[in-house]
Design a protein. Structure first.
Length: 177
């Protein structure tokens, strides 16, 4: 018996789904949203909380950080310190927080574009300037324009680069090389 059902079709139409509440003939491929069945362990944890009967603000337990640190050690042989980590509710709030903490107003933040449009908001809404290094598009493939990237990174006002991997929207997974 399979434990995980990543190939199970989950119909989310007409259920207030930000992604799927579109026309019947539309295929919504514009937002990164999971379209597979949730893991049984996650369903169980949510059900346990629901059965408790009271929902509210939670703390982040040490076990969250310990599991993350352990994963990095097992997967990459790299040891993180708990003090280096901060819990965020999602990628967008994390990016906005990084922009605020790592740069100052009017600094330039470099994006390799095209890129997920919300990255722009995370920069502009924090009083920073977007600096774009446009990818090259040749023979149906995107690639980095390394000369342009190097020139823009060399500007004194460029103090941060947001690097999206896997790249959104191209889907390209950047390699170490």
């Amino acid at each position: 018996m399979k434990k995980y059902h990543f190939d199970k079709v989950v119909n989310r139409r007409n259920l207030n789904s930000y992604k799927w509440d579109v026309g019947e003939d539309e295929l919504p491929m514009w937002v990164a949203d999971m379209d597979f069945d949730t893991a049984p362990e996650i369903k169980c944890a949510i059900q346990t909380r629901l059965n408790q009967g009271a929902l509210g603000y939670n703390t982040v337990p040490d076990s969250f950080f310990e599991s993350y640190i352990s994963w990095w050690e097992r997967r990459h042989g790299f040891t993180l310190q708990k003090e280096w980590l901060m819990f965020c509710t999602g990628a967008v709030p994390a990016i906005s927080s990084i922009v605020r903490k790592m740069t100052k107003e009017n600094d330039k933040v470099l994006l390799i574009t095209p890129v997920y449009n919300i990255f722009y908001n995370s920069i502009l809404n924090n009083g920073r300037e977007v600096l774009e290094s446009r990818m090259l598009y040749e023979d149906g493939k995107y690639s980095i324009d390394y000369e342009d990237l190097e020139n823009k990174l060399a500007q004194a006002e460029t103090t941060l680069m947001i690097f999206c991997n896997p790249h959104n929207p191209t889907g390209y997974v950047w390699t170490k090389a």
